[in-house]
Design a protein around this ligand. Sequence first.
Ligand code: XBP
Ligand code: MG
Length: 276
Amino acid sequence: MPTACAAPTDLQAVVFDVDGTLADTERDGHRVAFNRAFARFGLPWEWSVATYGELLAVTGGKERIRHFAARQAPQWLERPDGGAWLAGLHQLKSEIYGELVRAGTIALRPGVARLIGELRGAGVRLAIATTTTRSSLDSLLLSSLGDDAQSLFEVIGAGDVVAHKKPAPDIYHWVLQRLQLPPQACLAVEDSQPGILAASAAGLPTLITVNAYTAADDFSGALSVLSDLGEPGQPAKRLAGQALDGDCVDLAQLRRWQQTAVNTLNRRQAACLATS
Ligand code: XBP
Ligand code: MG
């Protein structure tokens, strides 16, 4: 078989999740925006830090509001204009979130800017796979990575471009199709159980950096589970999975982890062929 046709298995692209991974956006960003939108709509709802943690099991802002409203006040959804009401409420929430981000309330997590810069410099392709709304993502990228932020990412999969949000693998399939890469040539960086379920179901080896909302999630199958990406002299803490060689995650480390995943896959396929 001509080797030129073989799919690449060395690391070609890194696919980043956004909320909780690039930045700690949920507690002081999205949650606050939801609450301000509820108040502006005259709704007596206030999502506490703890309540919001439970609601994160429902991915997607519109889906989260619908889930909550269906239990608290189903009459809002049952009205003939219930769909438009929900869309308007979420649109307002997204505008408020953009204002919060532009005001500088949300910073990138440790190591994110450093790693993105290193990957870009080495020619590794970058992509985003997120549940969040595109306008909210754009606000975050602009305020945290500057005017050129969007051009850093070759493919951006966000929000409603797919019918089924994480934990469904659809957003990763959407991104892989546009990258024209097999999943084993990529690596996903995620922060949550819905995130790793989505990436793993699409076949991407996945690195986890946890946050306060996700530290107790089940991350079975992760390459490694870390406190964050770390910085030189500000080491990341390994919580589970493969060892981190040094203070922080860099390209060499990502390549080593990704190769272990490729080797495991190859061994499984060989074992499968031997028994068939
Ligand atoms: C996390 C989410 C998002 C945000 C809200 O997405 O579930 O729904 O909480 O965003 P990810 P929207 O971790 O995949 O980035 O209101 O814009 O949907
Ligand atoms: Mg996330």
